[in-house]
Design a binder for this molecule. Structure first.
Ligand code: 5GP
Length: 115
């Protein structure tokens, strides 16, 4: 088995992290290196999917739950409009291979990419 990801370790309380919302299968944390006024990561609790393509193929309803929690957090914290980014593959800027959505909102005029 592979090592638990940094996100699994935050979920398990092994390392600090600010969990801002969660459901049975999904949780949201503030990004340690924010790229916008609101920058939250929405993450399936299971680390079995490396990226959004694997997640979409393996459990589309879980992908829908990720989008739903992103929408909820953006509604609660940033007026409901947001950008959703899944870096997919190292060449596209992905550094943590436990699928996660970047939710960005506020102060986005100059920003087009995360990573
Ligand atoms: P990726 O580059 O894989 O798309 O995104 C990984 C994200 O995880 C980055 O935006 C990075 O700032 C964030 N990150 C990395 N380590 C930690 C950590 O220990 N805590 C939190 N809250 N975010 C982290």
């Amino acid at each position: 088995m592979s090592e638990p990801s940094i996100f699994t370790r935050i979920l398990d309380g092994e390392i600090p992290g600010e969990i801002v919302a969660e459901t049975d299968r999904v949780f949201a944390i503030t990004d340690i290196n924010p790229q916008a006024a609101l920058h939250v990561l929405v993450i399936p609790k299971s680390g079995e999917y490396r990226d959004v393509a694997e997640l979409a193929a393996g459990d589309p309803s879980l992908l829908a739950e990720v989008v739903d929690l992103a929408n909820r957090v953006a509604a609660e914290r940033a007026g409901g409009e947001f950008r959703l980014i899944f870096n997919t593959g190292a060449g596209a800027g992905q550094t943590v291979f436990h699928v996660h959505a970047h939710v960005l909102a506020g102060d986005l005029q100059e920003k087009s990419l995360v990573g």
